[in-house]
Design a protein around this ligand. Structure first.
Ligand code: XMP
Ligand code: MG
Length: 176
């Protein structure tokens, strides 16, 4: 059985932080050709909010990935389940993620897009669990730091449920 335990990040705090990130990104990339790449499915909600806080036209695309093995055994290599169909060569790429945990997925994706000819690749996440980091990866735009709790809502799921919650909640699982 799964139940929601408590709200960890309220809707207003998410909106406020997304606005600030949009302002930072708008300032840093002014006059540049920027493509936002959202990692499905979790980043869909954040991506929709973030793009509307950027003050100039940007390209957008989405990809879906899954990792090989477990966090403990993986090298961070990922399988691309759905690739982008945008040509990113010579353009600035901003990877948009729901949550950075070990950082292994994003480290791999950053290298992947640099090898594919992007001018630059940075990472933007709405939630960040720095205590769980395994990979040495720079997160240039970090939204809200959270403790090591399993969370759902604002795009994040438990067994494909709860993505539509407007706040971030801590989940209490049956085994605990
Ligand atoms: P990395 O490679 O940074 O992967 O370990 C981060 C991805 O792991 C998932 N993840 C979670 N998903 N609640 C979720 O719904 C969580 O608390 C959680 N922690 C990690 C998520 O897909 C994220 O993109
Ligand atoms: Mg994800």
């Amino acid at each position: 059985m799964t139940e929601l335990q408590n709200v960890l990040v309220h809707k207003e705090a998410l909106q406020q932080r997304v606005r600030e990130l949009g302002t930072d990104i708008s300032r840093d990339y002014a006059g540049k050709d920027l493509v936002l790449i959202g990692i499905l499915k979790g980043a869909a909600v954040f991506m929709a909010d973030l793009m509307r806080e950027i003050s100039f036209p940007v390209g957008i695309d989405f990809m879906a990935v899954s990792s090989y093995g477990t966090a403990a055994t993986t090298s961070g290599a990922v399988i691309i389940k759905k690739d982008i169909d945008t040509d990113i060569r010579g353009r600035h790429v901003l990877l948009v993620e729901d949550l950075i945990d070990t950082g292994l997925t994003l480290k791999h994706l950053k290298e992947h897009f640099l090898n594919s000819g992007a001018l630059s690749v940075r990472i933007c996440t709405i939630l960040n669990k720095p205590s769980r980091r395994l990979a040495d990866v720079e997160v240039e735009y970090s939204g809200i730091e959270i403790p090591d709790e399993f969370v759902v809502g604002y795009g994040l799921d438990y067994a494909e449920q709860y993505r539509n919650l407007p706040e971030v909640w801590v989940v209490k699982t049956g085994e605990e």
